[in-house]
Ligand binder design. Sequence first.
Ligand SMILES: Nc1ncnc2c1ncn2[C@@H]1O[C@H](COP(=O)(O)OP(=O)(O)OP(=O)(O)O)[C@@H](O)[C@H]1O
Length: 224
Amino acid sequence: MIEFADVHVRLGRRDVLRGITASLPERRVGVVGANGSGKSTLARLVNGLALPTSGSVTVLGMDTRRDGGRIRRGVGFLFTDPDAQIVMPTVAEDVAFSLRRKRLARAEVERRVGEVLARYGLADHADHPAHHLSGGQKQLLALCSIMVLEPDLLVMDEPTTLLDLRHSRQVAALLEEMPQQVLVVTHDLPLLAGFDRVLVLDEGRVVADGAPAEAVAHYRALMA
Ligand SMILES: Nc1ncnc2c1ncn2[C@@H]1O[C@H](COP(=O)(O)OP(=O)(O)OP(=O)(O)O)[C@@H](O)[C@H]1O
């Protein structure tokens, strides 16, 4: 459950979000809107990477202003650019790095890493240099590094931007399967088809909120 209560965000001299109020219990929540409408800022509010100037954001029952650290341990955040998330030389080492704070036995780390790489189709690349992967494979690697931590909630900022149609469909199928709640910021309108709810942002406000077909139609009209 994600709850925005009259959230305003002012960055520099700009009102980036202007009074967002929404309770989001749905499993698949999409956010669309024009460039600069405030989508990434909204996503960053969910794990306390951005804080409201006024109003409050409650995630997993905690206030992001007070409990940012605990919230970040429960919320996986996937950025657009997977290169920004790759920190270790090989694919398997990169996923294992996510588990460093768990103090697990080496065999258990290997088991979990092997399992997640197999689930996301990267098992054959385990010992390959992470930076040699294709853009789509890097995006899947970034997802593995998050999912190995079994987050309670996943936030994705334009996860399919770099992906070809096949990898975009793979990400869509993975989103469909995941038991966790997922909030996805995207310009990829077909990705939203199976979602439970879609918010449309315009100049920092929610201007449509509902089932994907209606929300996307509203967005298309706005962009016309
Ligand atoms: N640190 C900052 N200081 C000042 N303005 C900022 C800052 N970060 C973002 N902004 C501005 O806030 C507005 C919203 O940015 P945001 O990245 O949330 O939009 P977005 O909807 O995700 O855009 P895009 O689709 O282009 O990624 C933009 O006009 C941006 O220039």
